[in-house]
Design a protein. Structure first.
Length: 68
């Protein structure tokens, strides 16, 4: 299913970890708790997926509810 979605999107070399990184980065920028979103117990684990970007590389997804 993942490979079919990547092929349809036209994005080369996309991984599930890329998707996790995008979601956690967007959540953190919106003031949400990425650790809780990912189901981790330690924030350091979640920081592995969170990216600090100087520019927006894709339109952020707006989360509809707080995870705290």
């Amino acid at each position: 299913m993942w490979n079919a979605a990547v092929k349809r999107s036209g994005i080369e070399h996309a991984t599930l970890n890329d998707l996790r990184s995008k979601a956690t980065t967007d959540a953190k920028k919106q003031g949400l708790n990425p650790t809780k979103l990912l189901g981790h117990t330690d924030a350091r684990t979640s920081e592995i997926y969170t990216r600090q970007r100087a520019t927006i590389v894709a339109t952020p997804v707006t989360m509809s509810r707080k995870t705290e």
